[in-house]
Design a protein around this ligand. Sequence first.
Ligand code: CTP
Ligand code: MG
Length: 230
Amino acid sequence: MIVVAVIVAAGRGTRMGAGRPKALLPVAGVPMLRRAAAAFAGHPRVVTVVAAVPHPDEARAALGPLASRVTLVRGGPDRQDSARLGIEAARDAALILVHDAARPLVGAALIDRVIEAAATHGAAVPALQPPDTVKEIDAGGAVVATVPRERLRLAQTPQGFRAALLREAHARAAREGHRATDDAALVEWAGGRVVVVEGEPRNLKITTPFDLALAEAILGAEDNRSVAQD
Ligand code: CTP
Ligand code: MG
């Protein structure tokens, strides 16, 4: 089965406020896009890596030696457009993994779980239970309800899909002007069944400078641990 990873990396990084695209920013010295691409290019079951980026030349520079392994396409105005453009470039795929470059710490075991579940069930997303108590509020900001958490999940990426299912959902959404914030939501909207696999706390999404500091702290702690074990 041909597995293609589509990395969406064409966002502006407004909330990061670094004045340049977030995916090109270094995390402990290595650009976010390169870290994400390396996780998939180095995975034994992933055949091709596509990345939707703001500027192919800058992306090539950020990818360094990995550039020859990654097919670059220009992204679109929204994440959904970037994903669709990346999927269009993943022509021979039987299974597509859509991943946010903003999750550069994704690991091989998580990628395996998503591939396995998507191949079996057609569509799979990794997710975690919310760690905090969840409140629903009214327009004035007062609590209306404390929402039971057992059946709530926080979705991560990579999200995996049989290629035909994902292509169809994107095509239909484009035709009907439907928007969603992740690919699974498009497949759900199109009537598909999406199963959940266990996500990883380490696979955090880097949105703000705080998240970037957190990711660097995680990598630093892991480095220290491996030095201590040497
Ligand atoms: N993305 C994309 N194309 C867009 C918008 C977002 O490929 N037009 C990608 C981002 O590069 C990121 C992922 O979608 O890897 C998740 O988006 P987000 O974390 O919101 O990143 P940005 O849109 O860059 O950040 P912000 O919303 O703060 O501007
Ligand atoms: Mg965004």
